[in-house]
Design a protein around this ligand. Structure first.
Ligand code: SF4
Length: 366
């Protein structure tokens, strides 16, 4: 892993809220108002070139939403996203002006740029557009479900060919040669090129998804639980393949998983999420050996260990994760915390404290 002065990807104070609009009748009869699901709430994270950051937490804690914000499948509600030091999504929306009779771009192509203004000259807009397009090429995602993430009507040639065309490879012979090269690299063969997704096993489909991501020659890949839908024996093959590809293509990963053994094996650093917040972040070895946040301690205590000597004391968390629609005041974990410090836990949101290389959001370390 090369540590440069600028992180490859950085999110600063990112929020992603999803509105819920109850129907008119529900509003009138039950008096319910519009609400917000606070899926990601004020998260900051840096990912350096060549490293793998593991993102863990219970289902519904916001891991997938954060990953999708990082590749701009979701636009952030607030905060900023930087790629190679340049802001690619941010607080202030700047709509390119209607110029030269061109229609305003669709919402998905709205460019966020703090430094630009509504009256930005077209040269700036062209530069912003180039930055925007290179971001989408250089950041890719591998989805959790290999069954639904491939178009069942397209052959492997078509699926990978779309990505290659986006990359600028329009010659059909070159495109076929590159498709075959990618298929071989991910462990498939020439005979698979004209097959449809339903003709493959789960592991093979995930390999196609990986080949599709590689076709864009990305620098950053969000792997969203890429092995959780696969058999255990296949999981190991896909994980090892991803590790090899990282070395070969100098990739940087955000690896989202709830399986802590996978995270331990793959990650250089780990960020632990709870109810839309990162509650602890540290180097993998240090986090697994000396977890600081009570939630991290509970998560690690739940890992089954065969050797008796290595077993941790079991921590059973009471209750369930609160709703992200109406999160508790103070520390988001206080409703289940077994180490509560005092009234401040219920009153004030804990800031981040630096504890021996760990970033921990907990009043215990004040
Ligand atoms: Fe527990 Fe308080 Fe720390 Fe939250 S801030 S994890 S409630 S001790």
């Amino acid at each position: 892993m090369t540590q440069t002065a600028v992180p490859l990807v950085e999110v600063r104070n990112i929020k992603k809220y999803f509105p819920i609009h109850p129907g008119l009748l529900v509003k009138l009869l039950a008096g319910r108002q519009d609400q917000m699901v606070k899926a990601v709430d004020d998260v900051s994270l840096k990912i350096w070139p060549g490293e793998t950051v593991g993102l863990v937490g219970e289902s519904g804690c916001g891991k997938t939403t954060l990953g999708r914000v990082m590749v701009r499948l979701h636009q952030p509600t607030a905060g900023q996203l930087f790629f190679r030091g340049q802001m690619v999504a941010g607080d202030r929306i700047v709509l390119p002006p209607h110029s030269n009779g061109q229609p305003r771009p669709p919402a998905s192509q709205i460019i966020f740029d703090e430094s630009a203004s509504i009256s930005a000259p077209s040269a700036n807009l062209a530069e912003m557009e180039a930055r925007h397009l290179s971001f989408f090429r250089l950041t890719q995602i591998i989805f959790q479900n290999p069954y639904s993430s491939l178009n069942p009507r397209k052959t492997v040639r078509d699926i990978i060919g779309v990505a290659l065309r986006q990359r600028g490879l329009t010659n059909s012979q070159e495109s076929e040669a590159e498709t075959l090269r990618l298929l071989k690299r991910v462990g498939l063969s020439e005979r698979h090129i004209d097959a449809y997704p339903h003709q493959f096993s789960g592991g093979q489909r995930q390999r196609i998804g990986i080949a599709r991501a590689l076709a864009m020659q990305p620098q950053f890949i969000v792997a969203d639980e890429p092995v959780s839908a696969l058999d255990v024996s296949i999981q190991a093959q896909v994980i090892n393949l991803m590790k090899e590809l990282q070395q070969e293509f100098h990739l940087t990963y955000l690896f989202i998983a709830h399986d802590l053994s996978v995270i331990y094996y793959l990650s250089d650093r780990v960020a632990v999420m709870y109810l839309g917040h990162i509650v602890e972040e540290a180097e993998t070895q240090s986090l697994f050996e000396h977890p600081r946040h009570p939630y991290t301690q509970a998560l690690l205590a739940a890992i089954p260990v065969v050797e008796k000597a290595a077993r941790r004391e079991r921590i059973v968390l009471s209750g369930t994760v609160p709703s992200p629609i109406d999160p508790p005041a103070g520390c988001p974990f206080h409703t289940r915390c077994f180490a509560k410090k005092g009234p401040e836990c219920e009153q004030k949101f804990p800031p981040e404290f630096e504890v021996e290389g760990h970033r921990v959001a907990c009043w215990l370390y004040e």
